[in-house]
Design a protein around this ligand. Structure first.
Ligand code: AR6
Length: 173
């Protein structure tokens, strides 16, 4: 059975999946947006584990436990800051998604939920980011037979519609 790819409008911290992905920064020590929400919901043991990881490069990903979250793990990744598309942002964003899927595979993760990495404070245009996210998911589903469920979590209906349109354009949904 190939994995399902879903688009959902909810708060990612409520999902009982094997891993939720955090759109973190290079320090991995917390911040605003989805990062702040994940750290609040996971409790202080999350930042304690993160502080042992030595940060994370842009385009890379690292895994921790989920602590007080319903999700078993958090995969922390760092997407690029948008500078108009001339600083390798697309490659870095694709790398962030790819590394999350690699780390997921290494840790036996069967269900994974992503926020719209880089699409908040970091300013990445949602339409372009959605295509990259969904393409990376399509590749990962082909590569990893253990993967059962990939969920893209959007905070509002407009963003969810952008993802649905991008999925349709890629022949995914
Ligand atoms: N559930 C799902 N999506 C959410 C949630 C939530 N609880 N909260 C926000 N979003 P952002 P970035 C959406 O800014 O652009 C942090 O300070 C939000 O609407 O969280 O990668 C880090 O420490 C947006 O579409 O992440 C970094 O410094 C998306 O999540 C920096 O922000 C991502 O927005 C990373 O910026």
């Amino acid at each position: 059975m190939p994995a399902t790819i879903e688009i959902m409008q909810t708060d990612i911290t409520t999902l009982a999946v094997d891993a939720i992905v955090n759109a973190a920064n290079n320090t991995l020590l917390g911040g605003g947006g989805v990062d702040g929400a994940i750290h609040r919901a996971a409790g202080p043991r999350l930042v304690a584990e993160c502080s042992t990881l030595g940060g994370c490069a842009t385009g890379d990903a690292k895994i921790t436990k989920g602590y007080d979250l319903p999700a078993r793990h958090v995969i922390h990744t760092v997407g690029p800051v948008w500078h108009g598309g001339v600083r390798g942002e697309a490659e870095l964003l694709h790398s962030a998604y790819r590394r999350c899927f690699e780390v997921a595979a290494e840790n036996g993760v069967r269900s994974i939920a992503f926020p719209a990495i880089s699409c908040g404070v970091y300013g990445y245009p949602m339409r372009d980011a959605a295509s990259i996210a969904l393409s990376a998911a399509k590749e990962a589903v082909g590569d990893n037979p253990l993967l059962e469920r990939v969920v893209f979590v959007l905070f509002n209906n407009e963003a969810a519609q952008v993802y649905r349109d991008a999925a349709a354009a890629l022949g995914i949904l």
